[in-house]
Design a protein around this ligand. Structure first.
Ligand code: ACO
Length: 331
């Protein structure tokens, strides 16, 4: 059994920003509604004009994480890309990122777990390292959510942003002083699949000439139902990883949760009885970037000194599937 450590982090956000005022011009909404119901003020979005896409955002974040880890792309033995918005259905975004990075012939795979995708990827990478199979694994959470967003549906369009966050997970060395991924928990429940899904465009219901412009090609979400389940299951997942590591919430330096809704984060904070000053929130500037939200927040928290070497961090996420999970790690 080897120790799995986070050896580097990076992030990428597109330059273009959509503010709540922009949405006031697009749909029947208001800055007041969006801020009070979600906490979001602005989000970074790709132009959507082709060219720079999901794999480019992932590659940009990955390069920064590799530099941070002082590793070359060829040191990577596996690349895991958590995304629901791949460049193509075939091949995987991971194969494209591998080529763009110049990462040789590493194992390559995409992982689909919606907003919980990064936690899933981190857990898989940890298992690869702990088992001794690999020494360095890249995990990227990346989403081009605006490519599957219906800009005529005020229930969803104000929520989502684009971006990428990356970590390198490596085999630890002796004397790591308790660093490492201490515990992970993953779960899901497919009976709730209709609460968040894209009805059309998969192999089951392909787009046809009649449906190609229908709303069914975009993300549908029953936000109210997801909200209730998210708070309950994220709290449970967090408690499980803490118990597994023999720790309590007051020993956590920073909770870095999925950024879907400020009210969900606040409810989680209360349930876990954590001081709000120990919860990292950046949703006001990014919106919900799905699998990218936790690694973007982690990289931002590291680079602004909010967390540092030795900090114990609890990350927890919840998304379509439904899927959810938590990870407890020390930098
Ligand atoms: N502007 C103004 N009014 C709006 C808007 C808007 N942008 N959106 C919805 N409303 C209206 C609704 O139409 C509704 O009006 P009605 O009562 O007349 O029908 C009213 O506001 C309340 O709607 P609710 O859905 O009850 O609003 P709620 O307080 O639940 O907030 C939200 C909605 C923000 C979506 C919230 O439910 C949420 O965040 N849910 C969880 C999202 C989540 O975590 N998703 C999983 C991850 S995403 C992924 O995996 C890709």
């Amino acid at each position: 059994m080897y120790n799995a450590i986070i050896s580097g982090t990076g992030r990428y956000s597109p330059e273009r920003v959509l503010t709540n005022a922009d949405f006031e011009r697009m749909v029947d909404t208001s800055d007041e509604w969006i801020v009070s119901r979600t906490g979001i003020r602005e989000r970074h979005v790709l132009n959507g004009s082709g060219g720079f896409g999901n794999s480019d955002m992932a590659t940009s974040a990955a390069r920064i994480a590799l530099d941070d880890a002082k590793l070359a792309p060829t040191d990577l033995e596996a690349i895991i890309i958590a995304t629901v918005t791949p460049d193509y259905r075939v091949p995987s975004t991971a194969t494209i990122v591998q080529t763009k990075l110049g990462a040789g012939r590493s194992a390559v795979m995409d992982l689909v777990a919606a907003c919980a995708g990064f936690i899933y990827g981190l857990s898989v990478a940890r298992a690869f390292i702990v088992s001794g199979m690999y020494r360095n694994v890249l995990v990227v959470g990346v989403e081009h959510l605006t490519s599957i967003t219906n800009y005529e549906d005020r229930n969803t369009c104000v929520l989502f942003g684009d971006g990428a966050g990356a970590v390198v997970v490596s085999r630890g060395a002796d004397g790591d002083n308790g660093r490492g991924i201490l515990s992970t928990f993953l779960s899901g429940d497919g009976q709730y699949k209709d609460l968040l899904h894209i009805p059309l465009g998969g192999s089951r219901d392909p787009l046809t000439a009649e449906t190609v412009n229908s709303p069914g090609r975009f993300l549908y979400m029953d936000g109210r139902e997801i909200f209730k389940l998210a708070v309950r299951e994220m709290a449970d997942a967090a408690e499980r990883v803490l118990a597994d590591a023999g720790m309590t919430s007051d020993q956590v330096d920073m909770v870095i949760p999925h950024q879907a809704n400020l009210r969900i984060i606040d409810a989680l904070t209360k349930r876990l009885q954590i001081d709000p000053n120990h919860v990292y929130v950046n949703i006001e500037r990014y919106g919900n970037t799905s699998s990218a939200s936790v690694p973007i927040a982690l990289d931002e928290a590291r680079r602004t000194g909010v967390v540092r070497d030795g900090s114990t961090i609890l990350s927890v996420a919840f998304g379509g599937g439904l899927t959810w999970g938590a990870a407890l790690y020390r930098l």
